[in-house]
Design a protein around this ligand. Structure first.
Ligand code: NOJ
Length: 557
């Protein structure tokens, strides 16, 4: 990429992308969670060189890009989403030179590289926060964060009633030796102080961070907590009990002011040509409000979490598809499908659960254990379904192996701060972050050079390791490869859908000359004229009927 406005297209295409033909509009993007992808040095924690050793696996899937979760220097209070330095690499993960090498290798393979930007909060170890704590109230150092006096005679009560997403209060009182120490806001962990996005210094700093990585050649950024940067003026109490809502609302979320920030970033990206993109992690349930994030002068993608939350419910899936596509059409953006990531119960487990809320509580050894075979069938079907939809799609590392959640992790290995902050009430997200199984014959299933893995792997991982599926017809890995190849051949990501009539529980649409049927009902679904099967899970179609919990792609040319 050059700063002149003429982008170097890593796939070798001559033309630069624009809003109309941007590469992201129909891209399949593979999420790498660096801690758990592959370990090159045996410390049990994944690293950048581990990623380099397995990039060919990602290339073999036929995806367009990778998204790397944070690899920056960080005390890892929230697995790296607590950044202490935005312009470097955590020594556990490697060096800046390793990053440059990874970027070059990925580009050589035709893979674009999107990295994670965490702008809502820094780590409490960030130089800015350390300076803020040792500076006086009202100082420029404190003005980079959200410090307030407490309530009560001695200022001993938090400034308002806001709660942390990870449990407990969102305020912590500093120990600064003054008579009435102030409190600082942290919507997440105590060690993740929220930045003050009303402060021009913060705005300037992040534009500079964007330029730092764009100059190195990255192709985009996934924006963490994109709906949280601006808080309602005066920080009023939150009057809504949203503790049970999947996408909470309140004075800290989805404030109109966030959009000005993204317009500014859009302009920074365009200094580097038309290719770089932004994808919003914004938990905003109203599809029209979410579409604001992908207006032509803001970001390019926003994860469709409403669809993820629809679970295994055909009518809810369809409702979310129609609503989001309609809302995004208004602003000229495509929709971005995702079923798993490092924050939710893996879909090979989640889709077998009747408790729709379990995605955010996690599953522990004391909970009812999901049916693994049912979960895998549904996961494969759901993935085939989203890969046939127009728009972009994300794959979370390990889902191409059909990995389930680790549902029996012992408490003492858990690292997700939410587990501790809720006294174990919320199990947390460790179960979807377990180190990947590459080779069933090696200690630690080939995650690293020896048996060290920062979280233990469940027994089921051995049978699902990459070496057990590579080249094996009918394996989940081969299904992903086939589906992504057919999707590309038939330009499904760039297509349109027409719904076909179907009974309750069945979703049936045509995209170009491809018909996609998903059976989320309890009964086999007769396909009438059985056209050529392009892709399906094993034995999905029997005697002309699509079995429950399966999906099929048919050629209707
Ligand atoms: C969303 C990230 O995906 C999650 O892992 C993290 O804990 C929060 N944002 C806070 O950064």
């Amino acid at each position: 990429m050059t700063a002149s406005g003429t982008a170097t297209d890593v796939t070798g295409r001559a033309e630069s992308a624009t809003g109309e033909d941007g590469w992201w509009r129909d891209a399949v993007i593979y999420q790498i969670y660096p801690r758990s992808f592959a370990d090159s040095d045996g410390d049990g924690m994944g690293d950048l060189n581990g990623i380099r050793e397995h990039l060919d696996h990602i290339e073999s899937l036929g995806v367009d890009a990778v998204w790397l979760s944070p690899f920056y220097p960080s005390p890892q209070a929230d697995a790296g989403y607590d950044v202490a330095d935005y312009r470097d690499v955590n020594p556990t993960f490697g060096t800046l030179a390793d990053f440059d090498a990874l970027l070059a290798q990925a580009h050589d393979l035709g893979l674009r590289v999107v990295i994670d930007l965490v702008p809502n909060h820094t780590s409490s170890e960030h130089a800015w926060f350390k300076a803020a704590v040792t500076s006086l109230p009202g100082s420029p150092e404190r003005a980079r964060y959200i410090f307030r006096d407490g309530k009560g005679a001695e200022g001993e009560l938090p400034p308002n009633n806001w709660g942390s997403v990870f449990g407990g209060t969102a305020w912590t009182r500093v120990e600064d030796g003054t008579e009435r120490p102030q409190w600082y806001l942290h919507l997440f962990d105590t060690r993740q102080p929220d930045l003050n996005w009303e402060n021009p210094e913060v705005i300037a700093e992040f534009k500079d961070v964007l330029r730092f990585w764009l100059s190195r050649g990255v192709d985009g950024f996934r924006i963490d907590v994109a709906h949280g940067l601006i808080k309602e003026k005066g920080l009023p109490d939150n009057l809504q009990d949203t503790s049970q809502d999947a996408t909470p609302t309140g004075p800290m979320w989805n404030q109109p002011g966030v959009h000005e920030i993204y317009r500014g970033w859009h302009r920074v990206l365009r200094e580097f040509g038309n290719d770089p993109m932004l994808v919003a992690e914004a938990w905003v349930s109203d599809p029209s409000a979410l579409a604001f994030y992908v207006r032509s002068d803001e970001m390019q993608q926003a994860f469709n979490f409403n669809f993820l939350l629809a679970g295994w419910d055909a009518s809810e899936m369809r409702r979310q598809i129609d609503q989001t596509r309609a809302a995004n059409a208004v602003v000229g953006a495509t929709t971005t499908w995702v079923l798993s990531n490092h924050d939710v119960v893996r879909h090979a487990t989640r889709l077998a659960m009747t408790d729709r809320n379990a995605w955010r509580h996690g599953i522990g050894p004391e909970d009812p254990q999901p049916d693994a075979a049912l979960g895998l069938d549904r996961a494969r079907a759901a993935t085939m379904f989203i890969l046939a939809l127009p728009g972009g799609a994300y794959i979370y590392q390990g889902e191409e192996l059909g990995l389930p959640e680790h549902t029996t992790l012992p408490s003492d290995v858990r690292q997700d701060p939410t587990f501790r902050r809720t006294g174990g009430k919320v199990i947390g997200r460790d179960g979807c972050r377990v180190p990947l199984p590459w080779d069933s014959t090696r200690p630690g299933l080939g995650f690293g050079p020896d048996e060290n893995t920062w979280l233990p792997q469940p027994d089921s991982f051995a049978g699902l390791a990459a070496d057990r599926q590579n080249g094996v017809p009918g394996s989940t890995l081969e299904l992903y490869r086939a589906a992504i190849a057919i999707r590309r051949e038939r330009a499904l990501g760039d297509g349109d859908i027409a719904w076909n009539p179907s009974p309750d529980g069945v979703l049936d649409f045509t995209n170009g000359t491809t018909r996609i049927v998903l059976n989320a009902s309890a009964d086999p679904f007769p396909l009438e004229a059985v056209e050529t099967v392009l892709a399906s899970s094993d034995d999905a179609v029997r005697d002309g009927e699509l079995l429950p919990n399966h999906a099929v792609w048919l050629d209707v040319d």
